[in-house]
Design a protein around this ligand. Structure first.
Ligand code: SGN
Ligand code: CA
Length: 533
């Protein structure tokens, strides 16, 4: 392999930092290191869309098995307190790429923003440091990518079947097949045939899966049909004491569309989303469409004959939702397996950081919902597992709270690239190296801010703080409501303690944390809603 000009990151050997060529012995003098060379670390970052920890067996064994994703967790590390900064696709991607909160990177919501792609993002810094960089799949930032050596993205949300891709020359092409397979094919082709193998690489594989409307690969249609998914404890939540939760349009019962989401189309059934559904399934080739119809038609016949209502209908919708979502996860899991196998067979795992995460979590019937957006646990959390390169010995669970704004500084530090001072995330490289960390990792907890309102699903704007025990949130704009939860005693966040006697001290402490975080991150919202001391 050609020698790299990179300044190599410190490798920990017996607690002593080793940089290329030399290491300090116990007397502080320079001695010849046993291992004098270290190849620069590669990064394979796999991110899905709307894949939630409840549907990944490394995190939750109730529903489905995800053996390939679990392989990453079992051979490496699993973050048990992994959060996003703004639970929505575009905003999450912008946070992750820039290492900054939404108010700093400018992409606050999916509907009104265009990402200024000329701003610095971590792949750009890696490219300048000699890395080969590429992204394949969902981009969702409206402008075209900049700062990557190679990119090929799907327009907007992308199509599950016979998808369109925008190429670097600006052309839009149509590929034949199922999107999760195709994104993986393109990624593996780049790894094998397109990149300069003399350079370290950073590859971002961004799937559309598991995004709505959960169109499975025809190969996986029959899966999970005999399974009855357990109903979440909060499925019949009445939202008492939580005004914003009660105002949303993301309920499985009321808002999950029978045609678009659940494929219960018939010639005389109508819905606002029928045409969108027809456009999506209309992309299938005749063979795919025939398999699709042959699978769903008996389910439709049965459904229309039963004329379900009330709870029966709600639970039927829940089961169908879970089954289709699970099928889409299966294809994703298989494709992650293909990437791991490639890295393994080509001897790349020793020197590659493999990351698997999602752009946010998702509701699988909790509070009666699908979708995300809220700072409640299911959508604030996002899965995060990593396989570490040799020399980083950390294994098992990492419990320190991390956020998607931390990824950029972490990757840069691990690659030996200087972390720019204006990145707001905190590099968690020390946690991966297994360094001893003094004191609390994030004494004030993590900061969150959601903006997309007015917007689809009607989740009100809110910001908040979460520490290891409590969560404080403020819903604002056309409402003004505070919520406070004791996550230890009320993990389902049903009991809003804000304003209740006995919680004055906790509220004061959490307000202090919120205020400090808003100052630290310089969120202008604090001028509109100043927090008094
Ligand atoms: C689409 C979906 C929404 C979803 C948003 C944002 N509607 O608009 O249900 O919340 O994407 O999702 S759909 O009718 O078009 O399917 S995100 O993950 O891209 O932020
Ligand atoms: Ca998403």
């Amino acid at each position: 392999m050609k020698k790299s000009t990179l300044i190599l990151p410190a490798v920990v050997a017996g607690g002593v930092a080793v940089t290329a060529g030399t290491m300090l012995n116990s007397c502080g003098t320079s001695a010849k290191a046993e291992k004098t060379e270290r190849e620069p670390m590669n990064i394979v970052y796999i991110m899905t869309d709307d894949h939630t920890a409840q549907m990944m067996s490394a995190y939750d064994t109730r529903h489905i098995e995800t053996p390939n994703l679990d392989r990453i967790a079992n051979d490496g590390v699993k973050f048990t307190n992994s959060y996003v900064a703004n639970s929505l696709s575009g905003p999450s991607r912008a946070c992750m790429l820039t290492g900054k909160h939404s108010h700093k990177n400018g992409f606050t919501d999916n509907t009104n923003c265009v990402f200024d792609a000329s701003q610095p993002i971590f792949p750009k810094y890696l490219g300048e440091a000699g890395y080969e960089t590429a992204i394949f799949g969902k981009w969702h930032l409206e402008s075209l990518p900049q700062g990557f050596g190679t990119w090929e993205i799907v327009p907007g949300q992308g199509d599950y079947y016979n998808p369109r891709f925008i190429e670097m020359n600006g052309d839009t092409i149509v590929e034949q097949g199922y999107l999760t397979n195709i994104i993986t094919d393109k990624s593996l082709d780049w790894l094998e045939n397109k990149r300069d193998k003399n350079k370290p690489f950073c590859l971002l594989i961004h799937h559309k899966a598991i995004h709505r409307n959960w169109l499975p690969d025809t190969a996986d249609l029959a899966l999970y049909e005999d399974k009855v998914f357990e109903l979440p404890e909060t499925f019949y939540d009445d939202y008492e004491g939580r005004e914003a939760a009660g105002l949303t349009e993301m309920r499985i019962f009321d808002d999950l569309d029978l045609i678009y989401d659940l494929k219960m189309d018939s010639p005389d059934s109508t819905s606002r989303l029928k045409q969108t559904y027809l456009d999506y399934v209309g992309r299938m080739n005749p063979d795919e469409r025939a398999k699709f119809e042959a699978f769903y038609q008996p389910i439709r016949d049965d459904f229309f004959s039963r004329k379900l209502e009330g709870k029966e209908l709600a639970e039927w919708k829940y089961q169908r939702y879970m089954r289709d979502y699970a099928k889409v996860v299966k294809s994703l899991d298989d494709n992650v397996g293909r990437v791991l196998d490639y890295l393994d067979k080509n001897g790349l795992l020793d020197n590659t950081l493999v990351v698997y995460t999602s752009d946010q979590g998702f509701y699988m019937g909790e509070h009666g919902w699908f979708d995300k957006r809220f700072m409640y646990e299911e959508s604030l959390n996002t899965p995060l597992v990593m396989m570490l390169p040799k020399g980083m010995d950390r294994k098992g669970e990492i419990t320190e709270p991390v956020q998607n704004i931390d990824y950029a500084p972490t990757f840069l530090e691990l690659a030996g690239v200087k972390v720019p001072a204006d990145m707001q995330g905190k590099s968690f490289a020390p946690l991966l190296r297994g360094d001893k960390v003094e004191g609390e990792w994030r004494p004030d907890g993590i900061y969150y801010h959601f903006y997309e309102y007015p917007g689809e699903h009607c989740v009100r704007r809110h910001y908040g703080v979460r520490d290891d025990r409590y969560k404080l949130m403020h819903f604002y704009n056309d409402i003004d409501q505070w919520e406070l939860y004791d996550l230890q005693n009320d993990p389902n966040e049903l009991n809003n303690l804000y304003g209740k006697p006995g919680y004055e001290e906790v509220t004061k402490t959490m307000m202090g944390k919120l205020k400090r975080l808003q100052e630290q991150y310089d969120d202008p919202i604090r001028e509109k809603y100043p927090i008094k001391d």
